[in-house]
Structures are given as structure tokens and as C-alpha cells.
Design a binder for this molecule. Sequence first.
Ligand code: SAM
Length: 249
Amino acid sequence: MVYMGAKTKIAKCIVPVIQQKIDESGARYYIEPFAGGCNVIDKVKAQYRIASDKNEYLIALFRHLQAGGELPEHITREEYNEVREAYNTKSSGFPMWYIGAVGFLTSYKGRFFEGGYSGIRKTTGGIRNYYKESRNNILRQMQQGGIFDIDFACRDYKEFTPQGCVIYCDPPYEGTKQYGNAKDFDYVEFWEVMRKWSRHNNIVLISELQAPDDFTVIWEKEADRSMKAKEHFRATEKLFMWGDKRLAE
Ligand SMILES: C[S@@+](CC[C@H](N)C(=O)[O-])C[C@H]1O[C@@H](n2cnc3c(N)ncnc32)[C@H](O)[C@@H]1O
């Protein structure tokens, strides 16, 4: 799914690292508490997979598609504005999955009602119909089969009390522009929870650009993290685990 902060580009590198941890440990449960567009979990194999995110509209959208629900062929700017208004004023009238579909698939770059209506635009590469691209993208993701048996949950990550699981966390990155529910993210608390889960017999892998000193880099790669087509800035994507290198292996 086209999603803000998606790991689509590096999924082929990090999924084997995660998969190795599941296979070697024999863990039955794999959890993603910051599942977003499910661009990592859809490629991971485990007996039980749980995708959770704080955004209830996102989870409603995936559940709708999992149940065989369809998506609108087209969403006009007027429909976008109407649904955004309903979302901003918390008024009912639209199903949650529909608000999710309009918010994520129609907002520019998948930035839930913050990127503006993407519509159909003339670009240097030709005319682009952004909703159609996002719609095709998520429908392809569903057809590829990596989503159908995932258990979806809508929770704040702190509500999990896992034991004996492999957990991959992809929180909103510290120091990067934050959107929606990520604006007040408490990073001190986040790393504390990562330590706690790691102590409780879980294998916890974290995507971030930086981490406190007691976390070890187990994988890294330079990647393009630009949000706009014309902007290019490169950053080193990393996977961290708590403890020293020997413990993380
Ligand atoms: C960087 S995105 C995850 C992207 C995903 N890995 C992908 O490749 O599509 C971070 C996600 O964390 C979610 N989030 C932010 N704060 C959260 C919290 N306190 N608990 C759970 N999810 C949260 C956001 O809604 C967002 O979907």
C-alpha cells in the first residue's frame, strides 16, 4: 500500500533478517505494532501474524478488503472534501473503512488527509491518476495473498504485553516531519518499552535512523528517503536490537 514512511523499498532487505529470527527461534507469533500499510508483514511467514496500528481507519480499511469488500472506482475532489470534513469534525455518516480509503488512497503520498487531494496530475513523467495507482497498489497487495490470514488489531503499541514473540517495530522516525497521530510520539517511553519487551523473552527488531547506546545495529543500508520527487536526501536505514552485538545475534 502506498503509505507515509512505508518500508516498500527496503522490505526485500529487512524481511529476510526478520524471517531468519522467526525460523531460528521457532516463535509462533509475529507482531507488528506499527503496521501502517503492511508493506513488511505481508511478506513475512509465521504461524500467527498480528498487524496493529493506532489508526482505526487504516485497520477498518484492511478488514474491509480482507472480508472481500470493494473500493470505489473513483473519488472526486468534492467527495474527498466531504469525507475530510466528516473526519475533522468527528461526525458520523461514512463507514470507517471508507474514510480510510479516501484518507489514505486519495491524499497525496498516502498522508491521511494531510497531503491534499492527489487527483489526476500532469507530471514530467506524464499524466498520473494517483487514486487509481493507490487503489491498484492495495488491491494487488490483497491479491498477492500476504494479507488474508493476518489478525488485525487497532491499539496503541504500549497496550501489548508480548512474550515469546518476534516483533518488528517501525515507529514514526524521530526528527522527521510528523503527521496525524505521530505528532506527540514519546521516544523516551518508546525505547523503554522496547527494552521491556526484549527482556520478556521476545525478539524485538526496530527500524529507526538512530537509537540509544544500549541498542545495537544488526542491519543497515543507505536509502533514499525523499518525500517529494524533486528532493533527494539519503539516510541510513537501520535495524536495531536491544543489547550488545553478541546478544542480538
Ligand atoms: C512508519 S509507519 C509504518 C509503515 C509500515 N511499516 C509500512 O511499511 O507501510 C508508522 C505507523 O505507526 C502508527 N503509529 C503512530 N503512533 C502509534 C502508536 N502510539 N501506537 C501504534 N501505532 C502508532 C502510525 O499510524 C503509522 O501507521
